[in-house]
Design a protein around this ligand. Structure first.
Ligand code: WTA
Length: 635
């Protein structure tokens, strides 16, 4: 395993230049440092019109050989995963690379014994316990495709995802601890399983001793299956372009998009970016607080860190349990050197008395990271001053489920940082700003603002939407010719630093979670009293954004608190508790264009209490509705 780290700003600039001039040569050199069973014969084939992207075609490898086997000789006894439980009185678990290798191999045989093979889809609905990491790596070991569903999602959200990719197996846990609460995951799964004909087997890990209802012939306990499994499991030979995983993300229509990531490019991309952005040294302890159910957990708790031979922390709990000092207590206890979290967590912790921070020794920290949404100035400074004590570079990393890895970010200690700016593209990434006319705004020394697109492929780009390549084309490649469109707006300063300003489509990021407003509207519309609804985002102090729902009821229905509760419950059940609207306003109509499209721009402004300039409303079909909505708006 070679170190891929650039060491100075001059080296970064040189690498960036090279990646522009000779992208294939640039990535070949990096890819050569990994373990391949057979080298590739074609580095890159791409066409954003089709669209099609293929990296390292003909290359054969297994990502687990890169995350586990290749470290055994030199790092076998090094801690791969430190697991920190929800309850601080329960013991932490330290799992070495060798132990992880053994556990993954054995569980891979459990999968095989239960009829799972290369290409089969396996759904994981699990808490943040090491078994989640083991199950995902075991899938990769045998070439099965994991589809992890965040364990805060509802039964129907699980069922939809399982059915979309026809998973054969579901792996879950009986219960999960979340702060002071216990949630019965198996029960949630059982409800989902009523609608998922493709599932043949359910493997249940017992996180607690509570009795669990098991369905004969279908449900099996993790430990029972392990007893029966062989120890060794050779790594399946995978083509570089074979599927590694599917991960669902919200879209502008109600249906989630199953983003497909493939083996070779994803490995190369996540490892290179992990090493360069975070700049770990040999004995560092790296902690990313994301849940593995999101892309940040996939790429920067598991694959990137493990392929780099790093020590990665997995935390089962929440930042407020048993008190608001928990994150800092863990940093002190485990001597965390690299800490990577989301602005929403920073904002909520910044609201607490500083005592929660000051009670802990944070001197081990070297680098701080931020991800998932724009970080505001105040949160950036609080993080930098109180957590980093002004000594730790803050890397504000911009990327997406679709990009697989970090795209725009400072390299820790190397790139000059600027509060609220993700700064410069990583080597191999070619961002462009597009204006209203769809023209590229040249990157000169003029500040500019526009929509963010990328004009050249990078190895970890998602290859398609599972089962719907047309939608993939439509969503990402139809806005700008020959470019990948991110859905984000951005500002670029005179030195070429990027600041991401937020989504420009119908996706709202609430507490770092991407939510499609269409899916929430569909859920609300299912309520028998509802005619139609429109959901928009508005700025929120802690969550970044919150949701505001405008709801039209049938004529004979009176608005009531009860209805508000029911609507929230239906959203919670169909999409998940995180999608519940903060505010619900009953209206008699929605502002519509003459072609019947809801004017969301106006609704967003009303929700944000920013109504000084609503723009031209005279072209609306029903301009009078705007005054009514404004008069009754909830602020
Ligand atoms: C937003 C998370 C500003 C952005 C890795 C993007 C950010 C969406 C940042 C993807 C950042 C992510 N600054 N905005 N540093 N990082 N975003 O798919 O709108 O969950 O399009 O991936 O989060 O969210 P996703």
């Amino acid at each position: 395993m070679e170190n891929l780290q650039l060491r100075s700003f001059a080296e970064y600039k040189k690498a960036y230049k090279k990646s522009l001039k000779d992208p294939e040569g640039f990535w070949e050199e990096i890819a050569n440092t990994f373990t391949w069973q057979q080298k590739w014969d074609k580095t890159l084939e791409w066409d954003f019109e089709k669209p099609e992207v293929k990296w390292f075609q003909g290359g054969k490898l297994n990502i687990t050989e890169n995350c586990l086997d290749r470290h055994l000789e030199k790092l076998g006894n090094k801690t791969a995963i430190i697991w920190e439980p929800n309850d601080p009185d329960e013991e932490s678990r330290y799992i070495s690379y060798r132990q992880l290798f053994v556990k993954v191999s054995r569980f891979a045989n459990v999968l095989k014994n239960n009829g799972i093979g290369k290409g089969d889809r396996v759904c994981l609905y699990m808490p943040m316990i090491p078994e989640l990491a083991i199950a995902m790596l075991a899938c990769a070991r045998i070439g099965a495709v994991h589809s992890i569903v965040f364990a805060g999602f509802s039964s129907s959200a699980i069922a939809r995802r399982i059915n979309d990719s026809e998973c054969k197996m579901l792996i879950t846990a009986n219960e999960v601890y979340r702060g002071a609460k216990k949630v019965n995951l198996k029960e949630i799964c059982d409800k989902a399983l009523e609608e998922t004909p493709s599932i043949e087997t359910v493997i249940v890990y017992r996180r607690t001793v509570e009795p669990t209802a098991m369905k004969d012939g279908r449900d099996k306990f993790w430990f029972d299956e392990l007893q029966k499994a062989e120890k060794d499991c050779p790594a399946e030979v995978m083509d570089a372009e074979d599927l590694l995983f599917i991960l669902y993300t919200s879209g502008s229509t109600g249906k989630p998009k199953g983003m497909v990531h493939t083996t070779g490019g994803y490995l190369v991309g996540t490892t290179y970016t992990f090493q360069n952005v975070f700049q770990l040294e040999k004995d560092d302890v790296y902690w990313c607080t994301a849940d593995i159910g999101w892309i940040t957990g996939h790429s920067y708790i598991i694959y990137g860190p493990l392929a780099s031979g790093a020590t990665t922390v997995m935390f089962e709990g929440i930042p407020s349990y048993p008190d608001y000092g928990r994150f800092w207590e863990i940093c002190e206890k485990l001597k965390v050197t690299h800490f990577y979290t989301a602005p929403t967590a920073i904002r909520s912790l910044a609201k607490q008395p500083l005592k929660f921070v000051e009670d802990h020794d944070l001197s081990s920290l070297k680098v701080l990271g931020s991800v998932g949404e724009p970080i505001n100035e105040e949160a950036w400074h609080w993080y930098n001053d109180n957590i980093g004590k002004g000594n730790c570079p803050v890397v504000d990393t911009w990327w997406q489920t679709e990009t697989g890895g970090i795209m725009i970010s400072p390299l820790a200690g190397i790139t000059p940082t600027r509060p609220t700016f993700a700064t410069l593209p990583l080597p191999g990434v070619q961002p462009v700003l597009m204006d209203e006319q769809g023209e590229e705004i040249p990157n000169t020394n003029e500040p500019a603002e526009g929509r963010l697109a990328i004009k050249f492929p990078w190895p970890s780009i998602a290859r398609t939407i599972y089962g719907d390549h047309e939608r993939y084309k439509e969503v990402y490649y139809s806005t700008f010719k020959n470019k990948y469109f991110t859905g984000d707006g951005a500002y670029r300063d005179a030195s070429g630093n990027y600041r991401i300003t937020g989504r420009v489509d119908d996706i709202v990021i609430v507490s770092g979670h991407n939510l499609g407003t269409a899916a929430i509207e569909n859920a609300i519309d299912e309520h028998e009293s509802v005619v139609e609804s429109a959901v928009v985002g508005y700025p929120h102090e802690v969550k970044g954004n919150a949701l505001y729902a405008y709801v039209i009821l049938y004529n004979d229905i009176e608005p009531s608190e009860e209805l508000i509760k029911e609507i929230k419950a239906i959203v919670s059940e169909t999409v998940g508790p995180i999608a519940k609207p903060e505010k619900i306003q009953f209206v008699s109509g929605l502002p519509k264009t003459r072609s019947g499209k809801i004017m969301r721009r106006i609704l967003r402004k009303i929700a944000s209490n920013d109504t000084a300039d609503l723009g031209d409303t005279s072209t609306l079909l029903n301009p009078e509705i705007v005054d009514e909505i404004m008069a009754e708006a909830k602020h």
